[in-house]
Design a binder for this molecule. Sequence first.
Ligand code: GLV
Ligand code: GLV
Length: 320
Amino acid sequence: MDRKKVFITSQIPEIGINLLIEKGYSVEIYNKNQSINKKELIRRAKDCDAVVTLLSDKIDKEILEKFNNVKVIANYAAGYNNIDINFAREKGIIVTNTPDVLTDSTADLTLALILACARRIPEGIDLVRKKQFKGWAPKLLLGMELNNKTAGIIGMGRIGFAVAKRLKAFGCKIIYYSNRINPEAERNFNAKKVSLKNLMKNSDIISIHVPLNEKSKNLINSEMLDLLKKDSIIINTARGEVIDEDYLIKMLYENKIFYAGFDVYQNEPRINPQLLKLKNVVLLPHIGSATKEARDKMSILVAKNVIAVLSGRKALTPVN
Ligand code: GLV
Ligand code: GLV
């Protein structure tokens, strides 16, 4: 029997890999503790029927041109800006992502960042660890309450909605910027759709939940950032390229906003050294979907997408 071949660019949770093996596919995994390089990826994947990729694997034209046998690329992420999906479509390759299954995990992490910023958690941890805690004090590390604050959600998709739900429970008023009205958010959270300028001007908490594409790249530019309130918090768990990072860093140095929470960066995994010197930031290593639950479900969904396409059925979550 000619077994179908699947190449996975990294060790993902077993649960999905086992589904592929049970199906009788030959599964090869790149097991090094680093991203696979272009040459190696082409060599190992070009004759496979399916490839499972990470968001750190850049799948460009040059690579896709070599993928002559590949029918499906299943990206182990909700975002798929790492793949040239239009060229993949021209080549007849289906690309899939992993939406929904990581929504709650990413929304939880967003709240963790918001609360860490609002209550200056990193400064508190630092103080205790450096043995500088001298006792309770009336003005030690004063932060900000969430109740009655205005939260501006940029992108009211599944993750934006899940973040709005959580912030509503904390007593926030919700405004959002989006291509279209989200009736469920308006009904359930009394959320109001506003212009981006209006959102930047009026929010105490700003959280970004748009996918990265040509329209959202540098969406939060210097002109938008200049509109922020002096006491505001801005959180990015989407993609670094959505914000003008250099300008935001400059504003944080000048205390033009209160705090910023980053889970993603412009040149991941490189971090702008200026960011590391700031006190008013929370810096995380792109762990929005990093829960046991989400990563297992992502692994299953990736496998189900591969199996569907290789069995001649429609992919569950195609993006092109
Ligand atoms: C993570 O950033 C994802 O897109 O899944
Ligand atoms: C991701 O699942 C999103 O659409 O927000």
